[in-house]
Design a protein around this ligand. Structure first.
Ligand code: IDP
Ligand code: MG
Length: 150
């Protein structure tokens, strides 16, 4: 595979995460405020685009959640409008980003977290953050080619 060694380096160093500003937050014009918080926390934007999931692409992206009770709502919601997808770089990226976004359930998210500030509901919880180094690489590759990562 092309650039396989680079990919392994990223996985091992754990300095990459993948995020999406979800349709609810883009619709509400929170994109700028959220990106500001991400930058101020020390993340560097390695790749970024505004795009729109088709239903099929959303189903494929969230394949690990097939069969769960929230899957249908999640796929409908995620394909309901444009998102902003990005690959972010920082030491300890996965954990630090999960801390910045807060609990999946915004009712449980800590004060000052992105989900606490901007989420509308459990499903429409403003932002996605990858949960592991492996998933960050997989999810980033879902949206960005090598040439789109800087
Ligand atoms: P995460 O986004 O915090 O990693 P996951 O468990 O991976 O949480 O779930 C993916 C997304 O599915 C969540 O961000 C949320 O939008 C939605 N979701 C997860 N669990 C529930 C639920 O119990 N009710 C409604 N939506 C849920
Ligand atoms: Mg997850």
């Amino acid at each position: 595979m092309k650039n396989y060694s680079l990919l392994i380096l990223h996985v091992m160093s754990g300095n990459i995460t993948f995020t999406m500003i979800k349709p609810c937050a883009v619709r509400s014009n929170f994109t700028g405020s959220i990106l500001k918080m991400i930058n101020e926390k020390g993340f560097r934007i390695k790749a970024m685009k505004m795009t729109w999931f088709t239903r099929e692409r959303a189903e494929a992206f969230y394949g690990i959640h097939v069969g769960k009770p929230f899957f249908e709502d999640l796929v409908s919601f995620m394909s309901s409008g444009p998102i902003v997808a990005a690959i972010l770089e920082k030491e300890n990226a996965i954990n630090d980003f999960r801390e910045l976004i807060g609990n999946t359930n915004p009712a449980k998210a800590a004060d000052g977290t992105i989900r606490k500030l901007f989420a509308e509901s459990f499903t429409a919880n403003a932002i996605h953050g990858a949960d592991s180094d492996e998933n960050a690489i997989r999810e980033g590759s879902f949206f960005f080619s090598e040439m789109e990562q800087f």
